[in-house]
Design a protein around this ligand. Structure first.
Ligand SMILES: [Zn+2]
Length: 116
C-alpha cells in the first residue's frame, strides 16, 4: 500500500494571468457608421430610447383621445396588456391614419416620429 501511494503524486498546474489594458481601445463613436452611429449620437445627445422600445403607459385611450404610439414607418406592431394581471399580450398592427381599438376597449393611434 505504501508503494502505491508513493507512485502517484499530486500534479500541480500553474496558471499565468496578466492584466489586459484597454488604453488602446478606440472610442466606439469613432468607428460606428450608419444607423449605429446615429443611435450613438442620439444617446450622446441625451436620448437613451431612440427607437421607442420601452413600454408606454396607456392614457385614457378613448376614441377621441387615443393612446399615441410613435413610429417612423407607415405601420407598427403594438402589444396591449389589457389587464395588469394578464398573462398574455394582445398584438395588433397599427397603420398611419387608422386608429384602432383593442379588444379591451382602448384606442391606439400611430403618430409620425422623425427617424433616428
Ligand atoms: Zn387591450
Amino acid at each position: 500500500m505504501a508503494t502505491l501511494c508513493s507512485r502517484f503524486s499530486i500534479i500541480s498546474r500553474r496558471i499565468s494571468t496578466s492584466r489586459i489594458f484597454a488604453t488602446n481601445m478606440a472610442d466606439p463613436l469613432e468607428h460606428a457608421t450608419g444607423l449605429e452611429k446615429r443611435e450613438l449620437l442620439a444617446r450622446v445627445a441625451g436620448n437613451d430610447n431612440p427607437f421607442d422600445f420601452r413600454v408606454l403607459k396607456r392614457g385614457p385611450g378613448t376614441r377621441d383621445c387615443p393612446n399615441q404610439v410613435p413610429s417612423s414607418f407607415d405601420s407598427r406592431l403594438v402589444g396591449c396588456i389589457c389587464e395588469e394581471e394578464a398573462s398574455s399580450i394582445q398584438w395588433m398592427w397599427l397603420h398611419q391614419g387608422c386608429p384602432r381599438r383593442c379588444a379591451c376597449g382602448h384606442w391606439f393611434q400611430l403618430v409620425y416620429k422623425a427617424p433616428v
